[in-house]
Design a protein around this ligand. Sequence first.
Ligand code: LHQ
Length: 265
Amino acid sequence: MTERGGDEAPADVLVAIAGGVATITLNRPAALNALTIPMKERLLAAIQGVACDRAVRAIVLTGSGRAFCAGQDLKERLAPDAPSLDEELILRYNPIVRALRAAPQPVIAAVNGVAAGAGASLAFACDLRIAADGATFVLAFGRIGLVPDSGATWTLPRLVGGARAAEIALLGDAVGAAEALRIGLVSRVVPADALAGEAASMAARLAALAPGATALTKQALAFDRDLDAALDAEADAQAAAGAHPDHAEGLAAFLEKRPPRFSGG
Ligand code: LHQ
């Protein structure tokens, strides 16, 4: 396993790479992994770093301790020289969301506990969400006189539909794991002590797939497309995937009843 951290990066964002899977862990548990400016910069660097690592074929984003991420560190906002809100979004949050969406690898949010504010938005921006049974999602913005950000106004209605998104975003009530599963906000809920294993096993399955086709599927599933654009994009993606040797290898493996050996690239 490759560990990045220690001398190379402060420990509030950990990156571990093993078996084609990069696990990025928000690691500021005493503050429920609330995001400071340097932590956001390290998170962006971590995502960008693993996104361009050809050995990485799936990414897991999770938190240490009892929270996934409590969003913006609100104490930092009280500093007299705190950047303006829009500057903070444009310079630091939006690039993180874009990096999650632009990464060719699928990103699994392993939501181990509370995901609040921009912490919930980060989970919404991932390709897959699995949750511990005690996890909650809180669009806590209204409580501090802010509006949902970091993509949540765009991702949440597309994940759960407009009616539920309006309740979650406007009322700000915590959505528990069981409710999140019921409304399609997450695809799996497991006992807390099984979450890391579940995420690792899902990531390992993703990592064994043809990476080019997986990247194309991720792009094609981007839910900002209208149907016509999606149909065109599916055709383009299929042409690109089909032209890659991994497609021929996958077909051959199926016909020969053996596991595929994807070359990637
Ligand atoms: C925290 C935080 C936190 C600092 C817990 N900051 N310390 C973007 C643009 C720019 C700026 C503005 O924001 C944004 C986007 C956003 O993310 S805005 C939304 C920010 N997040 C929130 O409003 C959530 C605030 N936190 C909470 O509501 C609660 O802490 C939750 C519901 C997450 C958890 O509640 P509890 O389980 O009861 O835990 P707690 O409240 O006791 O927190 C434990 C510790 O973590 C505590 O520290 P302490 O030293 O007292 O033990 C909290 O102060 C600290 N903490 N969230 N966001």
